[in-house]
Design a binder for this molecule. Structure first.
Ligand SMILES: [Zn+2]
Ligand SMILES: [Zn+2]
Ligand SMILES: [Zn+2]
Length: 269
């Protein structure tokens, strides 16, 4: 399984689109891994998770092949994960030879919003409602949505994805996992976990996690055998509010065996 991290910031981008705090100013000066776009991941080139407003920028950066996906899994409808207007660009008049209909998977809010938006474009989009803890076969992978602690007015999901005897936990956006998600994951073996680190050192692990929450999950899952010695644990979805640059995050996380995501990072498991 190859997982390409297309973007690794929180909703405002990093540096924040309109922000002049010291961290954002430093990030602009440093460039490189301190420039983060809104989050999305691509698995084996054909299953994409989330469709942020920076998707156009991702294609300019990484090239046309990253648009060849035919399956799009949505975590929740915050705008940094679900920018529906640009999906409309995958229809005649805006694109030619764009391939098979795109299948979009998500919770009831995702389904409702897609149906409303694409009511006259049904030939180009399949829309599939997902239920928590049910496992779906998607293009050779098994995908299980799990409840997240995030955006309580809809059923936000994180995803457990299995392929070729390898398992990935796509763990954001979420605060510390809800009890039933913890319980379900405790029975699994995870080779790569991509986890929400929006809050950095801020003492808050509800709605979004922080470094302490990731460390807690890491040791708990190690103890239970959910993570093994070769599991890759990666923190992502960073906010400028943390005041932490890439080098600061590395210094805080790497000694605990936790990697720091950056835009364009490729994970192979
Ligand atoms: Zn987000
Ligand atoms: Zn800032
Ligand atoms: Zn969110």
């Amino acid at each position: 399984m190859e997982i390409q991290l297309l973007g690794t910031s929180a909703a405002e981008g990093f540096p924040g689109i309109f922000c002049n705090c010291d961290t954002c100013q430093d990030a602009r000066k440093l460039g490189g891994k301190d420039i983060r776009t809104r989050t999305s991941a691509l698995i084996d080139g054909n299953i994409k998770i989330d469709f942020p407003p920076d998707s156009f920028l991702h294609v300019l950066r990484d090239g046309k092949p990253i648009t060849n996906f035919e399956h799009l899994i949505i975590t929740h409808t915050h705008h940094d994960h679900f920018y529906l207007d640009d999906l409309r660009m995958r229809t005649p008049g805006f694109a030619t030879d764009f391939g098979n209909p795109l299948t979009i998977y998500g919770n009831q809010t995702v389904v409702n919003r897609c149906k409303e938006k694409f009511s006259s474009l049904k030939a180009y989009f399949n829309i599939v409602l997902l239920h928590a803890f049910e496992t779906y076969e998607i293009d050779g992978s098994k995908v299980t949505p799990l409840p997240a602690d995030h955006k309580p007015d809809e059923e936000s999901f994180i995803y457990f994805i299995e392929k070729d005897n390898r398992a990935c936990l796509y763990g954001h956006d979420t605060g510390m996992f809800p009890e039933e998600t913890f319980h379900w994951l405790s029975e699994q073996k995870i080779d790569v976990a991509i986890l929400d680190c929006t809050n950095g050192l801020i003492d808050e692990k509800a709605n979004h996690m922080n470094i302490a929450a990731i460390k807690e999950i890491n040791s708990l899952f190690m103890e239970k055998g959910v993570f093994h010695k070769d599991s890759q644990i990666i923190a992502t979805h960073f906010s400028h509010n943390t005041g932490l640059l890439h080098k600061d995050l590395k210094a805080l996380l790497e000694p605990n065996g936790i990697g720091v995501a950056y835009d364009g990072m490729v994970l192979t498991v």
